[in-house]
Design a protein around this ligand. Structure first.
Ligand SMILES: NC(=O)c1ccc[n+]([C@@H]2O[C@H](COP(=O)([O-])OP(=O)(O)OC[C@H]3O[C@@H](n4cnc5c(N)ncnc54)[C@H](OP(=O)(O)O)[C@@H]3O)[C@@H](O)[C@H]2O)c1
Length: 210
């Protein structure tokens, strides 16, 4: 089974890592600060995780997940060598007032591709709140919630499609990385509906073809 590194192991990182570890993936927390609250909490809740500094974790893993506050990403990513591996961008540039942090001029994922130029970036696991990432299944429901993803590299997208399936979502490729801007707007819609307007946090979308 593949080894996945998680840069950021807070709400989103932990839920996804915990879900995927239960499906047999090896999980490495990628952190230069192993004493941080989120790392300590994650290790307490799942004793199967290991910790490595960020560059070592990248070296040892097949795929890397990024689940950090968007504003730290430029500094964090610019000096890392991703060796052409897939970097799953789970981050969202969100500003005060639940608006797009880059003024909708470019997606956060395209900026991440610029900063992490040695990686192949795929945007995924962003269009819902973290409450849905540990277990997206619904009792009594045959349909799976859809996870929309975007990226430029077809092999990376195949890899991520498999991981999305294993995590319990229905994977749907929506196109190249410039489509990430529209996924980020879907996130803003979800966040406004749930965090601001009080809709249920397990609200997700489905995909049907006739
Ligand atoms: N919350 C949601 O429902 C949700 C859903 C989808 C996507 N997102 C996006 O996912 C990202 C993470 O959200 P979250 O709610 O999981 O945040 P969070 O709970 O605050 O976790 C953030 C993680 O990033 C780490 N981190 C912070 N600054 C860092 C730095 N400079 N270098 C390395 N690691 C750093 C934190 O470590 P420390 O413990 O050391 O601070 C923590 O592990 C955000 O971009 C958010 O927009 C959020």
């Amino acid at each position: 089974m593949k080894t996945l590194a998680f840069i950021g192991i807070g709400n989103v990182g932990f839920a996804l890592a915990n879900n995927l570890q239960s499906k047999g993936y090896n999980i490495i927390i990628a952190s230069d600060n192993p004493d941080s609250n989120s790392v300590r909490e994650a290790l307490k809740k799942n004793i199967n995780f290991s910790v490595e500094n960020v560059q070592n974790a990248i070296n040892l893993s097949d795929i890397i997940f990024l689940a950090t506050p968007f504003k730290v990403n430029e500094n964090l990513l610019s000096n890392l060598d991703f060796q052409g591996k897939t970097l799953v961008d789970c981050t969202n540039p969100v500003e005060i007032g639940i608006s797009h942090g880059l003024k909708s001029e470019i997606s956060g994922s395209e900026k991440i591709q610029e900063w992490a130029s040695s990686a192949k970036v795929v945007k995924a696991f962003t269009i819902y709140g973290f409450e849905n990432f540990n277990d997206p299944s619904y009792l009594g429901s045959n349909s799976k919630p859809v996870m929309l993803f975007a990226g430029n590299d077809s092999n990376s997208k195949l890899e991520i499609s498999e991981i999305i399936k294993d995590s319990g979502f229905y994977p749907k490729d929506v196109g190249n990385l410039d489509q990430a801007l529209h996924l980020e707007h879907m996130t803003l819609l979800w966040v406004k509906m749930v965090r601001r307007d009080g809709h249920h946090s397990n609200f997700m979308w489905s995909y049907f073809e006739k």
